[in-house]
Design a protein around this ligand. Structure first.
Ligand SMILES: N[C@@H](CCC(=O)N[C@@H](CS)C(=O)NCC(=O)O)C(=O)O
Length: 218
């Protein structure tokens, strides 16, 4: 059955891989599932046809037969459940990997988004400069804790899993702020994720999609 995901017709990042379709592409590449991508313009995001797929008018969505999903956590979890390679077989290890996926999305990502919003949407406000250190410290608190927990391990809990895919996807959006580099083990962790062939394929595909140029080597 064909899998179709949606992505920005033109991502605001110009193909740096920060739009959230990249994490879904990455998951699909890890499990070797082909997929198609339907571009959606910013205007179309809020129109009824897209809202029927995604009630909050965002990307990505995931369609497979008559199944429609939204929210990258749910989409990556679905892919990981249906195909081997992203979740451990052992029931407890699987539950821990799912826990880390939630942690990435519910604990680590929100302050990172807040920082992005503080820069993009509130950067011109008179109070923005005074507020910035507070927002940055809210990012650092879970990062301090995550960095301590990861230590010198390669991945969060044994072998690479959907937990690492999600955590690295969340963390890499922080790179431009310089904060990720304050944590050498987290920066190396993200780099390990980005070095995976599946991530490279996903990144190249979204870049080609955004620039209109085919991926190198194809
Ligand atoms: N929690 C959602 C967030 C989805 C989201 O915010 N997507 C962004 C692109 S990365 C979007 O569509 N933004 C357009 C908008 O909010 O109008 C998920 O993980 O799927």
């Amino acid at each position: 059955m064909t899998i179709t995901i949606t992505a920005f017709e033109r991502s605001p990042d110009g193909g740096k891989g920060l739009a959230r379709d990249t994490r879904v592409r990455w998951a699909l590449e890890e499990v070797g599932q082909p997929y198609e991508v339907r571009p959606v313009s910013f205007r179309a995001l809020k129109e009824p046809a897209h809202l029927a797929l995604h009630p909050f008018g965002r990307i990505p969505t995931y369609e497979e037969g008559d199944l429609v999903l939204f929210e990258t956590g749910a989409i990556v979890f679905h892919i990981a459940e249906r195909h081997a390679g992203l979740l451990p077989d052992d029931a407890n290890a699987r539950a821990r990997a799912i826990t880390w996926m939630f942690a990435a999305l519910n604990t680590v990502e929100p302050p990172i988004l807040e920082l992005a919003n503080a820069k993009l949407l509130e950067g011109d406000k008179p109070w923005s400069k005074a507020r910035r250190p507070l927002v940055e410290d809210r990012v650092r608190t879970p990062l301090d804790q995550l960095s301590r927990r990861l230590g010198d391990a390669d991945w969060l809990d044994g072998a690479f899993s959907a937990a690492d895919l999600m955590m690295a996807s969340v963390l890499l959006r922080l790179r431009a702020s310089g904060i990720l580099d304050e944590y050498p083990n987290l920066a190396a962790y993200v780099a390990r994720g980005e070095a995976r062939p599946a991530y490279k394929r996903a990144f190249a595909a979204q870049l080609a999609f955004n620039t209109g140029k085919p991926p190198a080597g194809r």
